[in-house]
Write a new protein. Structure first.
Length: 116
């Protein structure tokens, strides 16, 4: 099994920054395939925010390009999401995901609220 532990959510004013972190682990697991972040706002479907492959290639939702940066530390099996210039529409529960053995695993979610 795979365990994901997320941290870094909270409340910030518009224009502020937050950094989300997700640590992945599992018995006899030393690496993961693609990693990423999704989000789900109240009343909306879950959507991709950013993804990163094991080789470091990244992709972003158009709405966050230029503001968010995804990165990973393969030595720690950690994926980070640096969020800058936050807007009220970024308010959502953010979910970390990792791929392994052809399956996708999800974190428990962390709330990000952007409000003045």
């Amino acid at each position: 099994q795979v365990q994901l532990v997320e941290s870094g959510g909270g409340t910030v004013q518009p224009g502020g920054s937050l950094r989300l972190s997700c640590a992945a682990s599992g018995r006899n697991i030393f690496s993961f395939d693609a990693m990423g972040w999704y989000r789900q706002a109240r009343g909306k479907e879950r959507e991709l925010v950013a993804g990163i492959t094991s080789g470091g290639s990244t992709n972003y939702a158009d709405s966050v390009k230029g503001r968010f940066t995804i990165s990973r530390d393969n030595t720690k099996n950690t994926v980070l999401l640096q969020m800058n210039s936050l807007k009220s529409e970024d308010t959502a529960v953010y979910y970390c995901n990792v791929d392994k053995w052809g399956r996708r695993y999800w974190g428990q979610g962390t709330q990000v609220t952007v409000s003045s």
